[in-house]
Every structure is written in structure tokens, then in C-alpha cells.
Design a protein around this ligand. Structure first.
Ligand code: COA
Length: 180
């Protein structure tokens, strides 16, 4: 469990499947993700079953702890496709509970993942792709310390138009500088 100020990053549990199905079948959420096919319960169960074999990805549930000790699941996140030789990982995040978007939780999660990725996993570079119409994600990545490194032009087809994918990255040295 990684403890932040308002959120914790916890291990994925089977009981989260229903929330994952709700989020990953919601076009308002999936318009920002690579995923576009319907997510089935079987597919989600297989994914959870396979987590133990995924040596190159580290997944977390994003939970808020209430004062009475109960937890509220609001999203999931992780560091994926880790290249152990070059010490590079790819950050992914979804705040699936829409009432919890735009309240600063995403930026806090991204910062907690960066701290974990650099200080615990010993990565040297963390990167991601974000579609250029995803202003909210762009803003939260920038706030956490990512910078734009380039663009894949017309990478994403969405609602009748092609959009660029922005390549963003942050290096361990930039993260240490930001923390000072
Ligand atoms: C992207 C995501 C993780 C961001 O987390 P969040 O908790 O919603 O974002 P935060 O509240 O931390 O920060 C959002 C920032 O964007 C700004 N913002 C939101 N909508 C905006 C808009 N239309 N124009 C300009 N800025 C906007 C907010 O004001 C805030 O910046 P500020 O703190 O400087 O005011 C979350 O919204 C999410 O999971 N979205 C759906 C899935 C997704 O897009 N995943 C990422 C794929 S790359």
C-alpha cells in the first residue's frame, strides 16, 4: 500500500471487477484510452487472474480512506511495460468515478506513482502518451512534472476526426529537482 495525503494506492482485488467493468465500458472514459472494444466480465476476470504473471507491469487500485476506515475505490493506475535494462516505464491512470475527477486526486496519484517509480523501482525515465484533446490529463501530467517531448501526428481517431498523441516524459533527475 502506498500512502498519499488523500489517496492510497492499494493492490487490485477481485471484488473491484464490477467498478472496472463500469468504467471501461463508459465512452466518456474510453475516449481517452487505447481501449475501444467492450470490456467483458470474462476478459476482466482473465486480466485479474493474469496479474500475478505480469512481471513488467505494476498495477494499483486508487482508494480513498473515509474517517470510519471504509475505503472508496475511485480508479486504477500503474507503471507498465517496464524496460528493466534501460530503466524506463510507462505511466497509466484512470479516475473512473467521475464525481472524483477534477478534484486534484489525479495529480496526487501521478506524483505518488512518480515517487514510487523513481525512488523504489529505480527507474530513470517515466513516459506516456496523451491525446491532444485530453486537456485535463495534459494539465495534470504537466503539474506533476512531465514535459512534452514530441507528437505522433493523427494518431487517434475520435468522433470523426484524427488527433495527435503527445509523447510526455520525466527523468529521475528532473523529479529530484522538482522535489527540492
Ligand atoms: C486525467 C485524470 C487522471 C486527471 O485526474 P483529475 O483528478 O481529474 O485531475 P486534477 O484535478 O488533478 O487536475 C486537472 C487539471 O486540469 C484542469 N482542467 C480540467 N479541465 C480543463 C479544461 N477543459 N481546460 C483547461 N484545464 C482543465 C483543472 O483545472 C486542473 O488543473 P488546475 O489544478 O491547475 O486547476 C482523470 O481526469 C481521468 O482519469 N480521466 C479519464 C481517463 C483519462 O483521461 N486517463 C488518462 C489517459 S492519458
Amino acid at each position: 500500500m502506498l500512502k498519499g495525503k488523500r489517496i492510497n494506492l492499494a493492490p487490485i482485488k477481485r471484488e473491484y471487477i464490477e467498478s472496472f467493468l463500469k468504467w471501461f465500458n463508459d465512452p466518456e472514459i474510453t475516449q481517452y484510452l487505447v481501449r475501444y472494444r467492450p470490456m467483458t466480465k470474462m476478459g476482466e476476470e482473465d486480466w485479474i487472474e493474469n496479474l500475478k504473471n505480469q512481471e513488467n507491469s505494476i498495477h494499483f487500485a486508487i482508494v480513498i480512506l473515509a474517517e470510519d476506515g471504509s475505503e472508496k475505490l475511485i480508479g486504477n493506475c500503474g507503471i507498465h511495460n517496464v524496460d528493466w535494462k534501460n530503466r524506463v516505464g510507462e505511466l497509466g491512470i484512470v479516475i473512473g468515478e467521475k464525481d472524483y475527477q477534477n478534484r486534484g486526486y489525479g495529480t496526487e496519484v501521478i506524483e505518488l506513482l512518480l515517487e514510487y517509480g523513481f525512488d523504489t523501482v529505480n527507474l530513470n525515465r517515466i513516459e506516456l502518451y496523451v491525446y491532444d484533446y485530453n486537456i485535463r490529463a495534459l494539465r495534470s501530467y504537466q503539474k506533476a512534472g512531465f514535459t512534452e517531448e514530441g507528437r505522433k501526428r493523427q494518431f487517434m481517431w475520435n468522433k470523426g476526426k484524427y488527433y495527435d498523441a503527445i509523447i510526455m516524459g520525466i527523468l529521475a533527475e528532473e523529479w529530484s529537482e522538482k522535489k527540492k
